[in-house]
Design a protein around this ligand. Structure first.
Ligand SMILES: Nc1nc2c(ncn2[C@@H]2O[C@H](COP(=O)(O)OP(=O)(O)OP(=O)(O)O)[C@@H](O)[C@H]2O)c(=O)[nH]1
Ligand SMILES: [Mg+2]
Length: 460
């Protein structure tokens, strides 16, 4: 395969002490020999680091003082010869080294092409390759742990087993089609048990899709309410920062203020918004419009009210507005400033809010944050996640394919039940086998590969 090259580290001016240029392919070592001058007697051996200078062979200019790491096939990420130049960080050194490699026969790698080669050479299966992407994209410890579990084969192993089990049933069935007279009849009881077990495994794995979506995409939470109820104070207390300006003047927040948090392993984007009210102030007006846009795009809305003033007509109108447009969205009622009232739990609330989860807080005193997080987790998890499943969390592609496998297996069960001829079984069994193969990559089309690897960054 042609030699590919890319900058493997982030390129940021004035930042990053080290930048890595990575090359993989049959001519990688030869190109490195042309560009890298080692000092003294250093041996070009696999898994060794050499010290020297990267020089332009034409102008003899020294481009950088660097380390060179050699990983010869097949003991490398791509299973090809891999060379890494560990240069000085920042913008220039790595870009100039990249240009030199390109000028000496390497071509710029496509996004994810190193990992694609690792997959094509059998070093990783498809679930592991997707886990590599997940690990790089992880925004919480939990997401990173799930990615590492995938990298270890925690998803591939059961899927491969399912495929083997279906192949076994298919072989039994096909043997009956070809050599009906020479073989004992099919053991229907055994097949029934195998199918039921397979279906139960598929259903268990499918149930992790919801948590997969949560830990990958995260949750967008909007703090909404009247001016001065303590929305910004809540953001600050929650993020343990002074991120948002807090004053006792209603209409303090004009723009959307964002903070990134992690709640129970889920990355959460919290958005503090301008308090909603009728206003003539042109800046505040824009702020209120932005609040409405944020409320519409959020996965979860925290509607904040002031414990002292209780449920007001203005709260009612905001609530109506939110629920009118967001019937499907989750809502939590946060009763703030409970330090100012003696009986916060006896605050009157309309009947329509009786089913909405409620949390009592005193944001200015950092009280109630833990309960708020618990209420959020309870809302997003409602019955769909068992803690035991946390280790594994399939992505949307895997869920869609697995759903196809599930339907096919159910169809096989139905076919047996209706006592249809065995030829009928094979069609659905093959569909299930094909689906399992698409998850691990044993059966795959070019467009699926493109879809998966195009999401990667260049250099991975
Ligand atoms: N006693 C008490 N005061 C609070 C509490 N939370 C916020 N406050 C006070 O309420 C006032 C308004 O707080 P903010 O956080 O700015 O309110 P907001 O909802 O962001 O207001 P706008 O940005 O104007 O919409 C400030 O003086 C806060 O110190 C609380 O739990 N208890
Ligand atoms: Mg505010």
């Amino acid at each position: 395969m042609t030699t590919i090259v890319a900058i493997a580290t982030a390129i940021v001016p004035e930042h990053g002490s080290v930048g890595i240029v990575k090359m993989s392919g049959t001519t990688a070592v030869a190109i490195a020999h042309q560009l890298f001058q080692t000092a003294g007697q250093q041996v070009w051996e696999s898994h060794r680091i050499l010290y020297g200078h990267i020089c332009d062979p034409v102008s003899a200019e020294r481009i950088d003082e660097a380390l060179l790491l050699l990983m010869l096939a097949p003991r490398s990420y791509t299973r090809e010869d891999v060379v890494e130049f560990h240069c000085h960080g920042g913008m220039m050194a790595v870009q100039r080294v990249l240009q030199l490699c390109l000028g000496h026969g390497a071509r710029l790698a496509q996004p994810g092409e190193f990992t694609l080669r690792a997959f094509l050479h059998g070093r990783l299966d498809l679930t592991q390759a997707e886990s590599v992407y997940d690990l790089v994209a992880a925004r919480s410890t939990r997401a990173a742990q799930v990615a590492m579990a995938g990298l270890k084969g925690k998803l591939a192993d059961p899927i491969r087993q399912l495929r083997m089990d279906c192949l076994h049933i298919l072989a039994e069935v096909e043997a009956r089609i070809d050599f009906e007279d020479d073989l004992p009849p099919l053991n229907l009881g055994e097949i029934h048990t195998s199918l039921a077990t397979a279906l139960s495994t598929v259903t268990t794995i499918l149930a992790t899709a919801h948590q997969g979506q949560l830990i990958r995409a995260g949750l967008k939470v909007a703090i909404i309410g009247r001016p001065n109820v303590g929305k910004s104070s809540l953001l600050n207390a929650w993020s343990r920062s002074d991120r948002a300006i807090v004053t006792d003047l209603p209409g303090t927040t004009r723009d959307v203020v964002e903070s990134q948090l992690v709640v129970g392993g889920i990355p959460v984007q919290v958005l503090d918004t301008a308090g909603i009210r009728e206003t003539e102030d042109p800046i505040e007006k824009i702020g209120v419009m932005r609040t409405q846009a944020v409320a519409q795009s959020a996965d979860l809305i925290l509607l904040i009210i002031d414990a002292q003033s209780g449920w007001t007509a203005a709260d009612e109108s905001i609530f109506e507005h939110i629920t009118k447009e967001q019937v499907h969205r989750s809502l939590i009622l946060v009763i703030n400033k409970i330090d100012l009232v003696s009986e916060p739990s006896s605050i009157w609330l309309p009947e329509t809010l009786k089913k909405t989860p409620q949390v009592l807080t005193a944001a200015a005193q950092n009280r109630g944050i833990h309960q708020l997080e618990e209420a959020i987790l309870a809302t997003v998890h409602t019955g769909t996640i068992q803690a035991a499943n946390w280790e594994l969390a399939i992505n949307q592609r895997q869920a869609a394919v697995l759903q196809r496998a599930k339907m096919a297996l159910e169809q096989v069960q139905e076919t047996i039940l209706q006592q249809l001829p065995v030829d009928f079984w094979t069609i659905d069994l093959r569909t299930a086998i094909q689906a399992f193969g698409e998850i691990t990559g044993e059966e795959i089309t070019e467009s699926v590969l493109e879809h998966i690897f195009n999401r990667f960054c260049i250099g991975k």
